[in-house]
Design a protein around this ligand. Structure first.
Ligand code: FES
Ligand code: FES
Length: 418
């Protein structure tokens, strides 16, 4: 492997670096942060989701691809190392109407159960038989041990690979689906599109994330949201105060922890950024917000953004207020669609942290509606959000434990009474 980042290149974590390489015969030129892995670029920026990601630290082999003809774990290769490289993924092996012999053999021997490990096994076996056409059946378990199958489909996998090894001692056919003219398409609605004539990947964001500004209208995915949040609270503010906040987009942005509007794009669209910390990972989203409904007593906003590390977020925020004895009742709903690394934190943790942020948002709106400057202007602290999320789980657990103990106590007392 000869491609390395210039030895003394120094970049900030949020800087994007353009890197040019070939994927399955199609040129790609994504702009990536230095920490982004090849597996994330393939899946999130180029839409090649055939490369699966399991452990993300080099153990399971699910993410195996070929880099300049040799098998590598895509989760251990930084995309910035790939300048001038040729990447081959499982999508290149064969076509639906003409499978590669390895794919045919896996099908014939049923070398899979759930199929999650299959791309890794196919690429690992392809590498093995390309370099060791004389490999024996006895050697296969050891030679293929770099890929783990959770369903224990090993016997059939060994049968399939042995079959192909025996049939092609003179040399394994190469990938049959390179230079297919396949367009590379990002999974996110803001993602890039390319053809072999039009290198992919750099349309997504310009130096300040501005590529997203060209989105005319934000469309949310039709799938189930990753996280749905509802916050309902009585606020000590008048409806007039709430209406003043709903009419002032800058003021509302100051209520959202870590958010900042950077540009008014016209037509109810705004460019902005938002920062959030999740454990050791700090995500800095840049994107666009669009007001789709704005009344005295309610407002609906769509937002879409990406982090330089490949995380994507799309969301719909709806806030509504109605008069109440205390002043007003504020209901806030959010539906969030997360992709990339942020989604990898799991619905539960991402949901806890998002809920905490949204509760802070509602509290800051109450302050603003009372005429005070909202205090949620600081980016959310990872430690604070996670501690609060864990504290709320602990308190729920403790409440459940206390009620179990109380129920048991009542049961003992009842049996004593009998
Ligand atoms: S995801 Fe790369 S080795 Fe497990
Ligand atoms: S077939 Fe399920 S992990 Fe291998």
């Amino acid at each position: 492997m000869t491609n390395v980042v210039p030895a003394l290149a120094r970049v900030e974590s949020h800087d994007l670096i353009e890197v040019g390489f070939t994927v399955n015969g199609t040129p790609a030129q994504p702009r990536v942060a230095a920490r982004v892995t090849l597996s994330d670029v393939l899946r999130d920026q180029l839409g090649l989701t055939g490369t699966h990601v399991g452990c993300e630290h080099g153990v399971c082999g699910m993410c195996t691809v070929l880099l300049d003809g040799a098998a590598v774990r895509a989760c251990l290769v930084f995309a910035v190392q790939l300048q001038g490289s040729e990447i081959t993924t499982v999508e290149a092996l064969g076509r639906p109407d003409q499978l590669h012999p390895l794919q045919e053999a896996f099908s014939r021997h049923h070398g899979l159960q759930c199929g999650f490990c299959t791309p890794g096994f196919l690429m690992s076996a392809f590498d093995l038989l390309s370099h060791r056409p004389d490999v024996t059946r006895a050697e296969l378990p050891n030679e293929l041990s770099g890929v783990l199958c959770r369903c224990t489909g090993y016997r059939n996998i060994i049968d399939a690979v042995d079959d192909v090894a025996c049939a092609y001692r003179e040399g394994l056919p190469g990938p049959g689906n390179c230079n297919s003219g396949r367009s590379l398409v990002g999974r996110n609605a803001a993602g890039p599109v390319s053809t072999p004539q039009d290198p992919v990947g750099n349309q997504e964001t310009d130096a300040d994330g501005g590529g997203l500004h060209t989105i005319d209208a934000i469309r949310l995915p039709t799938s189930e949201p990753t996280v749905t949040i509802t916050v309902d609270r009585q606020i000590g503010a008048t409806m007039d105060g709430v209406a003043r906040v709903f009419s002032d987009v800058q003021l509302m942005a100051r209520c959202l922890p870590g958010a900042q509007l950077t540009d008014d794009l016209g037509g109810g669209r705004y460019a902005g950024r938002a920062t959030i910390g999740l454990g050791p990972v700090k995500l800095s989203f840049r994107g666009v917000a669009q007001i789709v409904d704005q009344q005295r007593d309610r407002i609906t906003i769509l937002a879409q953004g990406r982090d330089a590390g490949g995380s994507g977020a799309q969301a719909q925020f709806s806030l509504a207020a109605e008069p109440s004895a205390e002043g007003a009742r504020l209901t806030a709903d959010a539906q969030m669609f997360l992709t990339g690394r942020i989604a990898g934190f799991g619905r539960s943790l991402a949901g806890d942290v998002s809920r905490r942020m949204f509760a802070d948002f509602a509290a800051a709106i109450e302050q603003a509606a009372r005429g005070e400057e909202p205090v949620a202007a600081e980016p959310p602290s990872a430690a604070r959000l996670l501690t609060a999320a864990l504290a709320s789980r602990m308190s729920a657990w403790w409440a459940a434990a206390r009620s179990r103990i109380a129920r048991r106590g009542a049961g003992v007392q009842n049996s004593d009474d009998r």
